[in-house]
Design a protein. Structure first.
Lengths: 189, 191
């Protein structure tokens, strides 16, 4: 239903109805800003990027293929912008191509005996603040998936489609990201 | 059952496990306080991560975006293709008429005998020409897009200094080639 509505708005925009595109902007401005804000760190830069995503989407709307979900198409544009941003900052080479599915990711292990409790160390507000800080320390590809999963509530299938990765790889990376966040919280407890 | 792996606990929390596996994990959790605590811990962190404060979007943000959109960009350009096809067909007819040396009426008579026959013939030619022009247009567009994509991919790997160097070398080679060809082809002014 939601997707049908998006497709309808896309068709109307292609027929020249700009109000339909404005409805797309209103619908996706929050999800995109919440993703981009956490990927680039500064709100103003994130706002510029969000604007850029919509302008790119509008300019290439005719190349959008309705067999894909419109929201995943938008996130793909946003993700490419973020990759370009990191490339220009030259931070990337390591973080974007770093092998992430290593054996020592901790996921293949059982829960250790001495795992301290973090949830009892902080109240909810403090925990959220610390999660935001911990996210900044995640490698970019893991951070992106973590945000999509928890902030944008995308499914694993949607993430796999955006990143063009196998479903199993995406799941494993999300679990890795979650475990890294937990360990970072543990270190600050 | 021995303690599950951490990835299994995450999968369990995500709800993507088969009922059989869920039963196994839940059976284990009932008897293992360590894993029970670990699951609860991860559940609470996930809940906190899923309720992070949203970023504020300025009220005039949609207007800002709309004001930056290009004038009439995504609108379909079908009419342009039709116009191009029509012009091509008329040009083709004109060329045939001039080549045959007949007037428009003679041409129509010759083409079909009656006026309506001629209209039919022209309509057929127009349709074929239009589909041909559209096919050529689509092919050219695909080739151009592929070219631009390839070029942008290449340039993203090559540093700007090296790009300028390559451009200068390529232009130099082309200039030498054309100059050589011109010399070879020119016949009049050589003594």
């Amino acid at each position: 239903m939601n997707e049908e509505r998006d497709q309808n708005l896309v068709k109307r925009t292609l027929r020249g109805d700009k109000t339909a595109f404005e409805m797309i902007v209103r619908k996706y401005q929050h999800p995109l800003l919440n993703y981009l804000g956490r990927m680039v760190g500064q709100r103003e830069t994130a706002l510029d990027f969000t604007q850029e995503v919509f302008i790119k989407a509008y300019a290439s709307l005719r190349s959008y293929k309705p067999r894909y979900k419109f929201s995943t198409w938008l996130f793909k544009i946003a993700s490419n912008l973020v990759i370009d941003h990191w490339r220009k900052k030259k931070i990337t080479a390591l973080s974007l191509s770093e092998p992430l599915d290593r054996e020592d990711d901790g996921l293949t292990l059982e829960v250790p005996d001495d795992e301290p409790s973090i949830s009892h160390a902080f109240e909810l507000g403090e925990m959220r603040r610390r999660i935001e800080t911990a996210m900044e320390k995640l490698p970019v590809p893991l951070r992106e998936l973590f945000i999509w999963r928890h902030v944008n509530e995308l499914s694993y299938e949607e993430m796999a489609e955006i990143k063009n990765l196998p479903l199993g790889t995406v799941k494993n990376r999300v679990f890795q990201a979650k475990e890294m966040i937990r360990r970072l919280l543990e270190n600050t407890a | 059952m021995s303690c599950p792996r951490i990835s299994d606990l995450y999968e369990y929390l995500d709800g993507g496990m088969s009922p059989q596996k869920v039963n196994n994990i839940e059976g284990h959790l009932r008897v293992c306080p360590r894993c029970r605590r670990a699951v609860e811990e991860r559940r609470l962190i996930a809940a906190a991560a899923s309720s992070l404060a949203p970023f504020d979007v300025p009220e005039d943000f949609p207007e800002r975006v709309m004001s930056r959109l290009p004038g009439s960009q995504p609108r379909s350009r079908g009419w342009l293709a039709a116009l191009a096809a029509g012009t091509s067909v008329l040009t083709l007819i004109l060329v045939v008429m001039i080549a045959s040396g007949k007037s428009g009426l003679e041409f129509m008579k010759g083409a079909g005998g009656t006026f309506w026959e001629s209209i039919k013939t022209i309509a057929l030619i127009t349709a074929k020409a239009a589909s041909f022009v559209s096919l050529v247009g689509r092919t050219l567009r695909t080739l151009l897009e592929a070219g631009v994509k390839g070029l942008s991919l290449l340039t993203s790997f090559v540093p700007p200094g090296a790009q300028v160097f390559i451009l200068v070398v390529v232009l130099g080679v082309l200039a030498t080639f054309f100059y050589g060809m011109r010399k070879k082809l020119s016949t009049g002014d050589q003594r």
